[in-house]
Design a protein around this ligand. Structure first.
Ligand code: FES
Length: 143
């Protein structure tokens, strides 16, 4: 079923909480399952992510992938964070059951939404960053 790493990040999630005066905040939901994810980024003047926190109203797989995703973007540049895919996060967790793959998209999309918010606030363009979607369920491939 779930790998040990998934269970570890689910039972002991890293970086839960919020960042006051965050550089960027992104919220996405999946209307099909009703789960919601919010990511906060603290980004310095060199565009390096100093801190990252998340809050979720979501399933265990969403918690575990968000926990891992926040760990993986910390210390990265905004460009590097943009390249972090849900597949890389799942690999870092030693995989997810196929029906739970879509949950990992919440974290990826919420990071993108937070980067978008940061870019908007600072009037900068991050190459390759698309405007965020509030609901990602339309994108899903039927399982
Ligand atoms: Fe909705 Fe997992 S079931 S994110």
């Amino acid at each position: 079923m779930y790998s040990e790493k998934v269970m570890d990040h689910f039972t002991n999630p890293r970086n839960v909480g919020e960042i006051e005066n965050a550089s960027g905040v992104g919220t996405v939901g999946n209307a099909k399952c009703g789960d919601i994810m919010r990511i906060y980024l603290d980004i310095d003047e060199n565009q390096i992510i100093k801190d990252c926190k998340f809050k979720t109203f979501g399933c265990g797989a969403a918690v575990a992938t968000s926990s891992m995703a926040t760990e993986m973007v910390k210390g990265k540049s905004v460009e590097e964070a943009l390249k972090l895919t849900n597949v890389a996060v799942m690999e870092a967790l030693d995989g997810l059951p196929p029906v739970k793959v879509h949950c990992s998209l919440l974290a990826e999309e919420a990071v993108h939404a937070a980067l978008w918010d940061y870019a908007q606030k600072n009037n900068i363009v991050i190459e390759g960053l698309e405007p965020p979607k509030a609901d990602i369920s339309e994108e899903e491939i039927d399982e």
